[in-house]
Write a protein that binds this ligand. Sequence first.
Ligand SMILES: [Zn+2]
Length: 155
Amino acid sequence: MAHDSRVPAIHQTHMARLSSRESAVSANMRNKLERAAAKVMKNAHAPYSNFHVGAAILLTNGQIFSGCNVENASYGMTNCAERTAIFSAVAELGPKIEIQAVAVTNDHGVACSPCGACRQVIYEFGPDATVFFQGASGPKQAHITELLPEGFRLQ
Ligand SMILES: [Zn+2]
């Protein structure tokens, strides 16, 4: 398909880049991330929703950080698993981290993609990140710009 002569060259390049993005994270690494997310999910503080979420991020330096949702009696102060993982990485390594991939899982086995706030935070540190999550009809992966078109950046 990528070499179909009916497809203009510029589109072929775009498609090749998309497919290389998709293969940037191996199946092994995806499993590893999903296991890390499932493990940290057990630490969630979710007495109000009873919805436990775990997230793991893979940095371009190969390091993995994980996080769970941390709810609060005031509800609005709740922090999602994805942002917990990212903030932990920044706290440990500083702001120059680059996210290559994110995996999110939940204990209800239901569709659960990162919320809008988390998409913006993922984009801040991973404008080329791949996101793995439970979609409506099973496991799904998406590029962060598919989840967050026109993401906001200052630079
Ligand atoms: Zn979120």
